[in-house]
Each structure stands twice: as C-alpha cells, then as structure tokens.
Design a protein. Structure first.
Length: 248
C-alpha cells in the first residue's frame, strides 16, 4: 500500500512513522503546507491521508476527489460543510472516509457511551453529561470526538434534545439539554469522559489517549480498508462503517 500524506504536522508525522514501521505499507509522497497540489500529485498512490486544517482540506478536496484515489480525512472543524462534501464525493464517484478520531480505543469507547446512554433512557432518575480535555494548541472547541459522542447520546436517549457547549452565566441546564464541557490544558493528548448521575449512583466512562500513535494507527488501518472498499463500492464512509464490518 502506497500512502500520500497531505499535511505533515504532528499527526502527519505520526502516520508516517506507523507506515514506515510496517512491511506492507510505504509513504509514497508527503504534501505539506507549501506544496502545490494537482491531480498528478497523487499518481501512483493507493490512499490519501489528510491531516491538515479545515480551510486547506476544503480547498484541496476537489483535486483529491478528481484523482480517484481514496481519501482518509482526520481533519476536523468542517461538520457544517458535511452535506456539501458528501455531494462532492458522490458526484466524483470517489471514496472518502471521515472520522474526528481514528483511534480504535476511542471508537470502542464511543460505542460504549452510546449503549450506556441508550440503557438509561427509560429511567428519569439518570442524567448524563460529557467532557473533554486537550492540549492548548487544539483548534476546535469542543473537540470533534466530543461532538460525535454528544450526537450519539442525543440519537439514542430521547430525553436529551439539544447539545449545549457554552452556557450564559445566568442560565441553568434544562433536563432536555446535554452539556458538553471542554478544557484546554498544557500538552494533554486527549481525554474524554461521559458522566451518568442519579441520586444513588455515579457512573463514569472514560478514555485517555497516551500518545498520538493510536490515532495514526487507526487511520492507516482505515486507509487499507477504504482502498479495498473503493474497488467495488465507492462512497462516503465513517469509522462506524469500518467497525460495523469488522464486528460483523
């Protein structure tokens, strides 16, 4: 498998390290911030992995899709543009997989949180909230992973209707609001927690990332899966699609 990396920041470097330590993968090309990107930039590649920033990703997307090389996107902050991106993928007949977090551990954590939120749904005595911590250089707030978790909770718990990430000082949380709190602290790689509370219990489900290699390794695995999927079923995919197939 030959990978082209778009973006060579901290995550891009971690992805390169995972690929270079494997006998079955290789880094074909690295396109960093100063690169002029054309369709020919991806010639000979099996997969593109994009860890850049929102504006760069959206600007480069038409070129990446036109190359017909499957694209794995770890860049966050463009959720509002999701319908437009999905349409571009469909029109181009291309393949793209997006995840706010490619860590297998995080995705197993998210599924655990979703199931817990579903199980407490029928019981009014249980409330639920979510929090995340990341390093001070992280651009989006709350994190894409936290927002993904919040969407999953609202989807399965009928008592939560809206997601609240910033509160006016005079306002209290309503029972149908799901609070998502964000902390920016030092060099924290990533900590996510779901808090379930009743008069009688406290249940905490947490995931702590020890380093970036988990995110990078998941992106490489997802790239291999997407390249195989693209042959017969091009389209827009997420980590849920990948894990659904793995888990059968």
């Amino acid at each position: 498998m030959k990978y082209t990396l778009v973006g060579y920041g901290k995550m891009g470097q971690q992805v390169a390290g995972i690929i270079e330590s494997s006998d079955e993968h290789e880094v074909h090309t690295v396109l960093d911030v100063d690169a002029v990107i054309t369709e020919e930039s991806f010639a000979g590649s099996d997969v593109i992995i994009d860890f850049t920033v929102r504006d760069a990703f959206l600007a480069n997307l038409p070129i990446m899709l036109a190359s017909k090389v499957p694209v794995v996107v770890g860049t966050t902050g463009w959720d509002a543009d999701m319908p437009m991106v999905r349409q571009q993928v469909a029109v181009a007949g291309a393949s793209l997989m997006y995840s706010a977090n490619f860590s297998l551990g995080v995705n197993i954590f998210l599924r655990t949180v979703r199931e817990a939120a579903r199980m407490i749904g029928p019981f009014d005595e249980f409330d639920i909230a979510f929090s995340e911590q990341h390093h001070t250089a992280k651009a989006d707030f709350p994190s894409g992973t936290a927002l993904k978790a919040a969407e999953m909770i609202v989807e399965v718990n009928s008592r939560k209707k809206t997601i609240v990430s910033q509160l006016p000082t005079e306002k209290m949380i309503n029972p149908d609001e799901l609070q998502v709190a964000a902390i920016r602290l030092g060099s924290v790689f990533g900590q996510h927690s779901a808090y379930i509370n009743s008069e009688f219990d406290d249940i905490v489900i947490s995931h702590t990332a020890r380093n970036r290699r988990g995110f990078a390794g998941g992106a490489v695995q997802a790239g291999k899966w997407l390249a195989e999927k693209h042959v017969s079923q091009p389209g827009f995919y997420t980590m849920d699609d990948f894990l659904d197939e793995v888990f059968g």
